[in-house]
Structures are given as C-alpha cells and as structure tokens.
Design a protein around this ligand. Structure first.
Ligand code: DGY
Length: 324
C-alpha cells in the first residue's frame, strides 16, 4: 500500500504526477480557516506533508500521529518549530541550493532600484509628468565602486558578494559568525564587526535566516549607526528589522532609503506607513519567484519528500542529523 501525503501548495502537473506515482496524495490549495477541518482529517493518516507559506506548528502536528516527514518548498524554515519536529521524530526537508542565484538577483534589483530611484522615476514617466530634463532633485546615487555590507555569508550572501565585486567593482564587507575564506579570496570580502559594517557600508544587505537571535536585529540603535546616505536592503525575513524603527529612520533622514522584499506582516497591509514613504521600494516577497526557480524548488521538494519517506536522507535536511 502507498504511503499517504498531504500537498498544501499547487505544484506543476508533472511534479504532482511524480508525487502520485509514489504516494496517495490529498491536495489542498493552502491551509486556512475554510479548509482547516478537512486538512486536520487528512493529516490524521498522513506519512508526509509538502507545501509552503503556511505555519505548521503543534496545533496541526497534534493531529498527525503518523507524520514522518515534511518537505517545505522554500529555503527558509521559520514556519516550523524545528525542536518540536525533532522531538516528534519528524524530518524536515528544505530547498537550500536551487534558489540562491535568483534570490541574489532580487537583492541586487533592490539595490539598483533604490540607488537609482528607478521606481519613482518610472512612475513619474508613466504618470505623464516627464515634461523636461530631470533636475538634481531627481538624481540617484552610484552603486559601482561603493561599499556593500552583507549580513550573513551563506549561499545567497556569497552570490551577492560575487555580483557586487565582479559586476560592480564594489568593496565587500560581511558580518557572519564564522569566516568564509572563499569569498575573502575570490571577492576580496572582509569580515568585520556589525558596528563597523553599519558605519562603513553604503548598502547594508540582510541575507540572514530568521531566528530568536536575529529577531529585530536591525533596530533604532543600529539604524542610527548607519551613514545617513546609506540604503538598507532586506531580502531575508521581515522580522529581522524593527519595521517601526525603520519607518522613523526613513522619516528622520537617519538613512537614505530602503529596498524591501519582506515585511513583519505579509502581505504588507495596504495602509502601512512604509508605503507612504517615497524612499521605499517594496516588493511582494518575490526573492525566488521566477518561473524556472519556482519550478526547480517544487521539483527539489518533491524529490526531498520521496527520499525522506522511501530512501536515505543525505542532503537538504534541516534536522536529519539530530534524528539519528
Ligand atoms: C524561501 O525559500 O525561504 C523564500 O523566502 C520563499 O519563501
């Protein structure tokens, strides 16, 4: 008899077929108040779950006594309590490699959009307000040969450092719990203390995972340590930045601008004060959202679940090493 799984995100049909070849699949288009009772009934018999963008915590897991594996279609796993999953002997799989380059592209998009005021200028043209050559009050600032400070030096941080160094001749600083000798050698990156990075960088880019340690890491005090000409870019998780403090810092001119793909609450409420500020570029969490990368993430997650339920896990697991 096939094992049962719950799929809680739409995936391409060939990948669904691959799941169905291996498992009995119950599909739900997300997990919400409307389908919650049905989901709870389905996970009662589920050996595995696969999906994304929904918190999967004790209140759900308590209804899933047979669950052995969860495969998230994301690199981030802040939707899960890894300690709790490990105690329940549930292996958590994720997609750490396939989205690296695309997410670094998104971060660089935000750097260019904020520095060159590309959104503001494009909106001005679209509104039919380009009536004469632009004046100095519309100028942006250079990106090339400036200093980029990268918080976190994992895969995405390193892909960003490569773009900054090789493409834009930038000076690269980074803050990370351990040295990354490869980026130091290849991109001339220099590891430094957070305060030094904040004080020297023209672009402060967050590529850290969200955790208790990184919760509101960028607060009022740290924003005050940045140059008034500096730009903050967050392509990681919204809760790493104290959003209220960021709004104040932008209003007071403590920093120049912010490029944000992630927010404390997502979707960002339409009445958020952030959206009133001209120096903010806000994207709807599109870090990995290209056709190719989202397909590759779903394919990786499908393979991860098949391996976790039928084979031996050797990669892409968050907690398999703790379960041995
Ligand atoms: C990830 O994979 O973690 C991206 O942020 C999408 O959620």
């Amino acid at each position: 008899m096939k094992q049962s799984i719950v799929l809680y995100k739409k995936i391409p049909s060939d990948l669904l077929q691959r799941l169905e070849d291996n498992f009995d699949v119950r599909f739900f288009d997300g997990i919400n108040e409307t389908n919650r009772a049905e989901v709870l009934a389905a996970i009662k018999n589920a050996d595995g779950m696969i999906g994304a963008s929904v918190p999967v915590r004790a209140e759900l897991l308590d209804h899933a006594p047979k669950l052995k594996a969860i495969s998230t279609i994301s690199v981030g796993y802040d939707q899960f309590d890894v300690g709790d999953l490990t105690q329940r002997k549930i292996v958590l799989m994720h997609t750490p490699t396939v989205l690296t380059e695309t997410t670094a592209d998104t971060v660089f998009t935000l750097i260019l959009m904020t520095a060159r005021r590309a959104l503001e200028m494009a909106e001005m043209v679209k509104a039919g307000k380009w009536t004469r050559s632009i004046g100095s009050d519309s100028y942006g600032v250079d990106v090339h040969h400036k200093t980029i400070g990268i918080l976190g030096m994992g895969r995405i941080g390193a892909a960003l450092a490569r773009r900054a160094h090789a493409g834009f001749g930038m000076n690269v600083l980074y803050w990370n719990d351990r040295p990354n000798t490869q980026v130091e050698k290849e991109f001339n990156a220099r590891r430094c203390e957070l305060d030094e990075l904040l004080a020297q960088s023209d672009f402060v880019c967050i590529t850290l995972p969200y955790s208790e340690q990184t919760h509101k890491l960028i607060n009022a005090e740290r924003l005050a340590k940045m140059k008034s000409s500096a730009i903050l870019i967050n392509g990681a998780r919204g809760k790493i930045v104290d959003q209220a403090a960021l709004i104040e810092a932008l209003k007071n001119g403590t920093i120049r601008a912010a490029g944000l793909d992630v927010f404390e609450v997502e979707p960002l409420p339409a009445n958020s004060e952030l959206l009133q500020l001209p120096d903010v570029v806000a994207l709807p969490h599109i870090g990995s959202a290209t056709e190719e990368t989202r397909y590759n993430m779903a394919a990786c997650a499908v393979d991860n679940l098949i391996t976790a339920l039928t084979g031996e896990v050797t990669e892409n697991s968050v907690n398999a090493h703790l379960l041995k």
